[in-house]
Design a protein around this ligand. Structure first.
Ligand code: CAA
Length: 384
């Protein structure tokens, strides 16, 4: 892709306007208080940017993968915690879209599309982080029902989401092929939540444990066939790692935009610090790295939309590259603001804290490199 199509440029402008007016003004308070960004959720809902990926047939906006990335990027540019609203709605619902029955989609997608409900994704556990296959949560058949027990950890938007995709072992002897995916509702008997994690960043997005205490689910809540859950979970991440890349690009762009204004205002040694070549080199590198990550992210979004054979490589590459870039760029933004950058009176320290999670969640960047290396060794090559 050499230029964004006009309709995508229009989406970027529309999201940017909503964010400038209604998301950015609350970002510092949301970070300081650690309270879920209700005002941002309302604004995103009003503009249909809260779950843009939901297809039109289920009442959604039907945004393609690139448009969804643009929404997430623009929200993250001003408030990373708020960008997890469209981001995690896609993560939670994608297993349904990829592998769910038509009845499940009809039941659970319209409330997400309308903004009535959010949808989270439960893969990780206290003892199963990078090694997802070692999960212990169990789902046992009981007549037509399934009974789920276990603990899920690091669940984004837990407690505020009404619906959860939950991965659990249905056949302990079958490894990855013994894992299945289910839709669990917040109101199902036996579902409860841990205390909010006390995190470094994305403080407005609640991260909690989800406890499943003999939760009885009707048989039709399974997503796909028994034993296909791990594959669905990994396919989901292939797509949504691209959205994390978009989030990272947005956070970095927000930090650069702020730093660019600052270095032209701030005067030392009788002139604006932007006039010093050492700082010019820094901002040039920041802009260059952001643009490289953005192009890789959009190339990956194209592969997500087409479900291209090299999506697994591109999703991992975009996520790892963009999140490493975001950490470097936000750290440099703090450096450009000097002592002021290190205080909570300026937004760049928040952006630096928020950037850190993009190197960790949806698979650490070390896991992304395992994924990429396996794809390369298997001969999966990029073809434009
Ligand atoms: N698409 C389809 N199938 C896939 C796949 C993919 N992308 N990746 C793996 N599989 C299949 C494999 O083909 C294999 O199937 P067979 O047995 O039929 O060959 C099966 O799944 C097992 O795969 P592996 O042998 O590769 O499994 P592994 O144990 O070596 O693990 C891993 C691979 C890449 C490390 C994987 O466990 C992984 O991605 N871990 C990180 C998990 C992660 O991203 N967690 C974040 C959770 S989401 C989150 O962050 C929460 C939030 O709210 C934001």
């Amino acid at each position: 892709m050499f230029a964004l199509p006009e309709e995508h440029q229009a989406i970027r402008e529309a999201v940017r306007a909503v964010c400038a007016d209604k998301v950015a003004p609350h970002a510092a308070d949301v970070d300081e208080s650690g309270v879920f960004p209700e005002a941002a959720y309302d604004a995103l809902r009003a503009a249909d940017f809260h779950a843009p990926h939901v297809p039109e047939q289920y009442g959604g906006a039907g945004a393609d993968a690139l448009a969804t990335c643009l929404v997430i990027e623009e929200v993250a540019r001003v408030c990373a915690a708020s960008s997890l609203i469209p981001g995690v709605n896609k993560l939670g619902t994608l297993p349904l879209l990829l592998a769910g029955s038509e009845a499940l989609k009809q039941r659970y997608l319209p409330p997400v599309a309308s903004g009535e409900s959010m949808f989270s994704y439960c893969l990780s556990e206290p003892e199963s982080g990078s090694d997802s296959v070692s999960m212990r949560s169990r789902a046992v058949r009981d007549g037509d029902d399934w009974v789920l027990s276990g603990t899920k950890r690091w669940i984004t938007n837990a407690g505020v989401s009404d619906f959860y995709t939950v991965l659990a072992v249905t056949d302990p002897d079958a490894g990855a092929k013994g894992i299945s995916a289910f839709v669990v509702e917040k109101v199902d008997e036996g579902v409860s939540f841990g205390a909010p994690e006390r995190k470094l960043g994305i403080k407005g997005s609640p991260t909690r444990e989800v406890y499943l205490d003999a939760v009885r689910l009707p048989g039709d809540r399974i997503i796909g066939e028994p034993g296909t859950g791990f594959r669905t979970a990994m396919q989901t991440l292939d797509h949504t790692r691209v959205t994390i890349a978009a989030q990272a690009v947005g956070i970095a762009q927000g930090a650069l935009d702020y730093a660019l204004g600052y270095v032209q205002e701030r005067r030392q040694f009788g002139k604006a610090i932007a006039e010093f070549q050492g700082l010019q080199f820094m901002i040039a590198d920041m802009g260059m790295k952001i643009e490289a990550a953005r192009q890789l992210t959009y190339a990956a979004a194209g592969r997500s939309e087409r479900v291209a054979p090299d999506l697994t490589f591109f999703g991992a590459a975009a996520k790892a590259f963009a999140s490493d870039m975001a950490m470097a760029v936000t750290t440099d933004a703090v450096q450009l603001l000097g002592g002021y950058g290190y205080t909570r009176d300026y937004p760049v320290e928040r952006m630096m804290r928020d950037a850190k999670i993009t190197q960790i969640y949806e698979g650490t960047n070390q896991v992304q490199r395992i994924v990429m290396a396996r794809q390369l060794l298997a001969g999966v090559q990029s073809r434009l």
